[in-house]
Ligand binder design. Structure first.
Ligand code: NCD
Ligand code: ZN
Length: 354
C-alpha cells in the first residue's frame, strides 16, 4: 500500500526524550500538552537556578506531579528527571542520583544556550563525575556546541564533535551518550558512522521541517529561533534521512522550549520553539513527506526507550490524516505563548489514546 493512502496511524504510546517543562505557572500551562501525547519525558534541568542536586531534582519532580494531578487526561505522565552537570558535580552525587531514580545528567557548555551560565567550563573537569556515571549507568545528554567566540555560530556543532565528543567517548566507552537535538549533516553522520550501541541522538521537529531561511523569510521571525540554530537545507535533508531511516540510533526529542511571546519578540529574543502542542503531528508530517510513516513508531516510541533501557509503553495512540490549524497563541501564566507553526495548517491530527 502506498503511504499516501494511509489516513490513520496507530502506534505504541511515544515518549519525549528532551523537554523543557519550566516551573510554576509556566509548568502548569505547558504540562497538559505533553501529557496528552506522551507517556514519559526527559525533563531538562535548566531552571533558574539550575537543578544540580538530587534533592532539587526530587523537589522539582514533586512540583511536576502536583501540576499533573490537575491536568485530567494524561495523569499517568511520568517525568524522568535529569541533573545539570557543572564543574563541581561530585561523583558521590551520582550515586545519590541513581538511588533516587534520576536517569541522566545534562552537559551544557558554559554560555551555550538559555540558562547555561552554570554549565561546564572545561569538560575534562567533569571526568571523575563521568566515570561515576559510567559505573552507575546514568546517561550523559550533550548540548553539542562549542562556545568559542572565534567559531561561527553555524559551525559550532561540527567543531564540538572534533574538539570534545570524540575524546570524551574514547575516554568513557561504556558511558551512554545522547547527542541532543542534532542539527547538522556532521552530527547525523557521526552518530551513524560510529554505529556504537552507547551513542544515540535526538532530533527536534523544527530541525526536520525548516532550514535557516525560515528565520529570515520576509522579516525577522523570532519563533523560528532556537539553539542550536536552524542550519542550511543540506543539513536538514541529512537529518530527515537519518531520522526516517529506521536506524535505532535516532529518536524523538522535541526540545519544546516555551518562552513568553513578548520575550521572543524583543530586541534580545529568547531561543526556543514551543512545539509540545502538536509535537506528534509535526513529526508525522516529516515522516509522511519522506515516505517513511512506517518508521515513525520506532523513532517516536521504541528507539528511545530501548536506548535508555526502560520498558516500552503499553498503550497506543492514534494519528489521523485530518487537517488542523495550529492555534496562533495559547495562555502561558499571565501572558501568552506562540507555538511553532501557529496559524498554519497541519495535515495530521492527534486523535487520542487507545
Ligand atoms: C532551550 C530553552 O529555552 O531552555 N532553548 C532552545 O533554544 N532549545 C535551551 C536548550 O535546550 O538549548
Ligand atoms: Zn533543550
Amino acid at each position: 500500500m502506498s503511504e499516501a493512502t494511509i489516513d490513520r496511524l496507530v502506534i505504541d504510546t511515544p515518549d519525549d526524550w528532551h523537554l523543557h517543562l519550566r516551573d510554576g505557572a509556566a509548568l502548569s500551562a505547558v504540562l497538559p500538552a505533553s501529557a496528552r501525547q506522551f507517556a514519559r519525558a526527559i525533563v531538562m534541568p535548566n531552571l533558574r537556578p539550575p537543578v544540580t542536586t538530587t534533592a532539587q531534582a526530587m523537589a522539582y519532580r514533586e512540583r511536576i506531579l502536583a501540576a499533573r494531578a490537575v491536568t485530567g487526561p494524561g495523569s499517568g505522565f511520568e517525568p524522568l528527571m535529569t541533573l545539570y552537570l557543572t564543574d563541581n558535580t561530585a561523583p558521590q552525587e551520582i550515586v545519590r542520583a541513581r538511588q533516587a531514580g534520576v536517569v541522566a545528567l545534562k552537559l551544557y557548555p558554559q554560555g551555550a544556550t538559555t540558562n547555561s551560565d552554570a554549565g561546564v567550563s572545561d569538560i575534562r573537569r567533569t571526568y571523575r563525575t563521568l566515570e561515576a556515571m559510567q559505573r552507575e549507568g546514568l546517561l550523559l545528554l550533550v548540548h553539542g556546541e562549542v562556545t568559542d567566540p572565534q567559531v561561527d555560530l553555524f559551525d559550532r556543532e561540527a567543531v564540538f564533535i572534533e574538539r570534545h565528543l570524540i575524546a570524551l567517548r574514547r575516554e568513557f566507552p561504556g558511558l551512554r551518550v545522547v547527542f541532543e537535538h542534532i542539527t547538522t549533516r556532521e552530527g547525523a553522520q557521526y552518530v551513524l558512522q560510529e554505529d556504537d550501541q552507547n551513542l544515540a541522538a535526538t532530533v527536534t521537529p523544527q530541525h526536520l521541517l525548516f532550514n535557516r531561511n525560515a528565520i529570515f523569510q520576509g522579516g525577522l521571525r523570532p519563533h523560528y529561533y532556537c539553539l542550536p540554530v536552524l542550519k542550511g537545507e543540506e543539513h536538514r535533508l541529512a537529518l530527515v534521512a537519518a531520522a526516517t531511516s529506521g536506524s535505532t540510533r535516532f529518536f524523538l526529542g522535541t526540545d519544546s522550549a516555551p518562552h513568553a511571546a513578548v520575550l521572543k519578540e524583543s530586541s534580545m529574543g529568547h531561543a526556543g520553539c514551543y512545539t509540545a502542542l502538536t509535537a506528534l503531528e509535526l513529526y508525522a508530517q516529516v515522516f509522511d513527506e519522506a515516505g517513511a510513516l512506517h518508521h515513525l513508531e520506532g523513532f517516536a516510541s521504541h528507539h528511545g526507550a530501548d536506548f535508555y533501557r526502560l520498558p516500552r509503553n503499553a498503550g497506543r495512540v492514534v494519528l489521523e490524516r485530518r487537517a488542523q490549524t495550529v492555534p496562533a497563541a495559547v495562555p502561558f501564566g499571565d501572558t501568552e505563548l506562540k507555538p511553532l507553526c501557529g496559524g498554519e495548517t497541519l495535515a495530521w491530527t492527534f486523535a487520542g489514546s487507545l
